[in-house]
Design a protein around this ligand. Structure first.
Ligand SMILES: [Zn+2]
Length: 311
């Protein structure tokens, strides 16, 4: 069976990171081009990351071409249509409106995206607003209040992303407390750029419903056991970790350990700009062996914990 034809869900996908190259190229042209890229191939080359910092650098570079509300309508329609082509029939999509706060309001960004949610058929979309650690809790609680006003447009949860090792989860205790009171489900990027202590903090300080990435939980046996015992779902992003050099080979990813420990996991794409033809033989073999592990450990029922189902 072709991987694309298998029905799938996404628990961890960033709208701004999932813009298909052609759509991004159109935006670059709309705003007069960029001297560092002259064609689509060069654009793809630009997204081969040297390390995690380079990934962040490219993230910021790309965002300069998203300037108007109509750009959000355009990119979200492109991303949702792309997901439909891949037979993803349910997605909880991260969106970080505060990254655009200098020019655009969070509420109107959500309104723009919701237009595309209604326009694209064949997929159910919900949104998770990913707050930015680097802006700090005082700033991001304001974003939370703004988002709360438009949550009926499909916003079901909040998360935090950004520079994990500089801005610990503990800073955001009040933001998460408020978010829960507002009725949002919660997740947090943790254990991607930082170690197990960051995941512990997301669990104890933020009381998250899910963990985003959680890759480095594997460094702490007690944490793995805790995740398993409390059935805390982890949004694994295997290929993303490879591309941002959190791991150095796909076999190095601890996904099998999570499954063996009976931790509920989902496998997601995160920022699916994968220029190197990831469906090559080696990776396909890896997927096959993973699927055998899934069957053996009989964890199919716990593979996905989407927020939508629990509401
Ligand atoms: Zn992410």
């Amino acid at each position: 069976m072709e991987f694309t034809t298998i029905p799938k869900i996404e628990n961890h996908l960033h709208l701004e990171g999932a813009i298909p190259y052609k759509a991004l190229w159109q935006l670059i042209e709309k705003y007069g081009g960029d001297e560092t890229v002259h064609n689509l191939d060069q654009l793809k080359e630009k997204f081969v990351y040297r390390d995690f910092n380079h990934f962040i650098e490219m993230w910021v570079w790309k965002n300069q071409f998203i300037r108007e509300y109509e750009d959000f309508v355009f990119i979200s329609e492109a991303v949702f249509s792309d997901l439909v082509k891949q037979n993803v029939n349910y997605a909880e999509i991260f969106i970080s409106p505060s990254l655009f706060k200098d020019k655009l309001s969070a509420q109107k960004i959500i309104e723009a995206i919701s237009l595309s949610i209604h326009k694209v058929s064949g997929i159910k979309i919900n949104l998770i607003v990913d707050l930015v650690r680097d802006y700090g809790p005082e700033e991001e609680i304001k974003t939370l209040f703004e988002i709360n006003e438009v949550k009926n447009l499909g916003v079901i949860g909040i998360g935090i992303g950004g520079t994990e090792n500089k801005y610990p989860a503990g800073l955001f205790i009040n933001v998460y407390e408020k978010a829960r009171k507002f009725g949002f489900r919660t997740t947090a990027h943790a254990g991607e750029a930082s170690g197990p202590e960051s995941i512990w903090s997301a669990i104890h300080d933020l009381q998250v419903d899910r963990i985003g990435h959680g890759t480095r939980a594997v460094e702490d046996l007690k944490l793995l056991e805790y995740l398993s015992e409390h059935k805390i779902p982890v949004e694994l992003c295997v290929l993303s970790n490879l591309r941002t050099r959190v791991i150095h080979s796909i076999e190095e990813h601890p996904v099998k350990t999570f499954i063996e420990k009976k931790i509920p996991v989902s496998i997601n794409t995160d920022d699916p700009k994968i220029p190197c033809g990831w469906m090559n033989r080696r990776r396909m073999n890896w997927l096959r062996s993973l699927s055998k592990s899934l069957k053996k450990s009989n964890t199919n029922r716990t593979v996905s914990r989407v927020f939508f189902e629990k509401r």
